[in-house]
Design a protein around this ligand. Structure first.
Ligand code: ADP
Ligand code: MG
Length: 290
């Protein structure tokens, strides 16, 4: 039989949108050393707006945006949504694309008018040895903006800067967890400066940037190997292996089915403060039992 205090706690939790799928994991929550949060859509709104378009070749701003939006209209990534909306706001017509492909953790690619077009991360450029030395782009990155690059046949055609905003409720979540003596970290595929800006704004203990999707679970395992009890909080398909690897996997929001299936706890209301609430509830529930 389930002790009454736990049954009461879990049903009270469920009424508040905290779905406990694994009761042992709920018990472990109170002993967590480190909470690792996904950035985009978890700590931030996950809504990117285009702030700047920097042409790097013969094309003007609108031509760069048109090319980018032609590809991004095929992707569901928050960056893709931001670029597609910016093109729509400027009434830009999109070219036809073929052979569209997602490059997980790096960008997208397709054929447009016989050319191979890619939109990629700064990390991708680094790995491919494509150097872009431009003061304007450097400044945008320093401002904590997410910068992606448009390549045509491997030649830089432009850069697009986007900004997302940190959710108001994220700070409270972090403050409450830290008040319980727990560390808060962040894991993201986005660049170092963007990650640092968010980490500074929230007062996080540490962060991991430019993490490829298949490396997220590895970062969690490395923390566990230090003897830490690790919780992972995320929503995406990309986050599923990390949610499984963590001592406590928390899926936030409606999320994806894959994330929900991989999680011990699901936070239906998509509110990071619920991470603190469920942890406080774990502490209160099991304290009463002993
Ligand atoms: P996260 O889930 O942490 O936001 P992703 O793995 O989805 O990270 O993406 C990592 C990086 O890859 C992004 O910051 C961006 O630079 C690049 N990227 C991914 N998808 C796209 C896309 N559709 N368009 C442009 N860049 C992308
Ligand atoms: Mg994500």
């Amino acid at each position: 039989a389930i002790p009454l205090v736990i049954a009461v706690s879990t049903s009270k939790a469920a009424r508040n949108g905290l779905l406990i799928r694994d009761r042992a994991a709920f018990e472990r929550a109170r002993n967590t050393d480190v909470f690792v949060f996904d950035k985009t859509g978890t700590l931030t709104e996950g809504r990117f707006g285009v702030s700047d378009v920097v042409p790097l070749g013969d094309r003007d701003e609108n031509e760069v945006l048109a090319l980018a939006a032609a590809l991004e209209s095929r992707s569901e990534h928050p960056i893709a949504v931001g670029i597609t909306e910016a093109a729509a706001e400027r009434d830009i017509a999109l070219s036809e694309t073929s052979d569209f492909e997602n490059l997980p953790g790096e960008g997208v690619q397709a054929q447009v008018d016989g050319a191979s077009v890619r939109i990629v991360s700064p990390g991708y450029l680094e790995r491919e040895g494509i150097a872009i030395d431009d003061d304007r782009i450097e400044r945008l990155a320093e401002q904590g903006k997410t910068v992606v690059f448009v390549l045509v046949d491997n030649q830089p055609a432009g850069a697009i800067a986007l900004s997302d905003i940190v959710r108001e409720v994220s700070r409270e979540a972090v403050d409450r967890l830290r008040a319980m003596g727990m560390q808060c970290m962040m894991l993201t595929g986005d660049s170092q400066p963007v990650a640092k800006a968010v980490a500074d704004e929230l007062g996080l203990d540490d962060f991991f940037a430019e993490v490829m999707p298949d490396q997220k679970a590895t970062r969690i395992r490395e923390l566990k190997e230090k003897g830490l009890s690790v919780a992972m909080v995320g929503d995406g398909v990309n986050d599923a292996p990390a949610l499984t690897e963590a001592d406590l996997g928390i899926a936030i929001g409606a999320g994806t089915d894959v994330a929900v299936e991989s999680a011990d706890i699901v936070l239906v209301n998509s509110d990071p403060r619920d991470v603190a609430t469920v942890t406080e509830l774990s502490a209160a529930t099991y304290r009463k039992m002993i």
